[in-house]
Design a protein around this ligand. Structure first.
Ligand code: TRP
Length: 369
């Protein structure tokens, strides 16, 4: 980048940060951030994570996982939280928690998260992170928590008859996930933008109230991926609970079976038309993502050969793409001791960072006795 472009980019960055993070603003800013990351990956620390509720699927993979590994490989420092407390937002008991946590670690290793470079850890093992929740909650109003559109949506779709306090407060908890390690970059999908906005608010209010002279917390940025949305095999949102998802862990036969049963339409000529023919188009997109081609190219190869040919192409593309990921997954699958060791080390590193941040917070709040 030449100096002029650099000045412009930095100016854009400054002015974008003054805006509330609406979608278009977040998208523009993400483009600017991408440039800055390429230029100097060492300036960024990423925090990202998942709830341990089951195996990850292709929707997760092309939506965010792929992007995380890309950032890691560019040299960005990365923390990956397995949000085991957040599982309890919409259910009373986290079933098979240990199993789900280990499956997540396996999925991470399979896709190329490198535990030597990236810190994989769990909520419940990092007390100082959780303690940040208390001062953070004092910085937000009940009205702000009640207004969060993602939380509202989750409550509307929850199968629980009551809404727990954790459900309302988890976005503030997520702020602790992000700020304990002073992450300045959070790769997210649209639904997580309200949480990130709250995180930025909490960071700003904490700094204003307690550390005016030197900010304790950065105001982290959302990095929106421009990954297009993949549909499940029934044409709805891809989700494990709907039984329409192809997981990373599925074997080649199961993948073939799932794609064979996928919904298409009766038109023989295959064309990419996401609005008019969403199911066919999502299959084309999936093959395209796996083959690093455009969906239009995939469609034109199939032409008028119909849905059966489309499904054959998609099955081969997915199985070929996932083969090395699945091989790595199988390689570690029987080594539970190794998975535990990765978590133990990750938790140890996360605790050291969280203890340091909490000490700073207590000093800033004059509660360091
Ligand atoms: N809420 C995220 C999800 O449901 C998971 C998560 C927990 C997270 N803590 C986070 C994501 C911090 C980004 C940053 O997928």
């Amino acid at each position: 980048m030449n100096t002029t472009a650099q000045t412009v980019a930095l100016k854009d960055l400054a002015s974008a940060s003054a805006d509330p993070l609406g979608m278009p603003a977040a998208q523009d800013r993400s483009a600017v951030l991408e440039e800055l990351i390429l230029k100097d990956p060492g300036n960024f620390r990423v925090l990202t994570g998942d709830r341990p509720t089951g195996r990850l699927h292709l929707g997760h993979y092309f939506g965010t996982l792929h992007n995380r590994v890309r950032l890691q490989n560019l040299g960005v420092e990365m923390y990956v939280i397995i949000a085991d407390y957040q599982v309890l937002t919409d259910r009373h008991v986290a079933d098979n928690l240990t199993g789900h946590v280990e499956e997540l670690v396996l999925d991470y290793l399979a896709i190329g998260v490198d535990p030597a470079r990236s810190t994989i850890f769990t909520h419940s093992a990092v007390p100082a992170l959780n303690q940040l929740l208390l001062p953070f909650l004092s910085l937000v109003s009940v009205a702000e928590l009640e207004r969060n559109p993602t939380v509202k949506d989750e409550i509307a779709h929850s199968r629980q008859s009551t809404v727990s306090g954790l459900m309302f407060t988890y976005p503030a908890h997520q702020a602790a996930d992000i700020l304990f390690c002073k992450a300045n970059l959070v790769p997210v999908g649209k639904d997580q933008l309200p949480h990130l906005e709250l995180t930025r608010t909490i960071a700003r209010r904490f700094n204003d109230r307690y550390s005016a002279s030197s900010a304790v917390f950065p105001r982290p940025d959302a990095l929106l991926s421009n990954a297009p949305l993949l549909l499940g095999t029934d044409g709805g949102k891809m989700s494990k609970s709907r039984g329409n998802a192809i997981t990373l862990a599925a074997d080649a036969d199961e993948t073939a079976r799932l794609i064979k049963g996928a919904r298409t339409d009766s038109e023989r000529h295959i064309a990419y038309d996401p609005v008019g023919r969403p199911e066919v188009s999502s299959l084309l997109l999936l093959a395209a993502l796996c083959q690093n081609r455009t969906p239009e190219q995939v469609a034109s190869d199939i032409g008028s050969a119909g849905a059966a040919a489309l499904k054959k192409t998609v099955t081969e593309a997915v199985n070929e793409y996932l083969a090395p990921i699945r091989a790595r997954r199988n390689q570690y699958a029987d080594d539970r001791a190794y998975l535990r060791e990765i978590l133990r080390e990750g938790n140890e590193r996360a605790n050291a960072v969280a203890d340091r941040t909490l000490a700073e917070v207590r000093a800033a709040m004059n509660s360091h006795y």
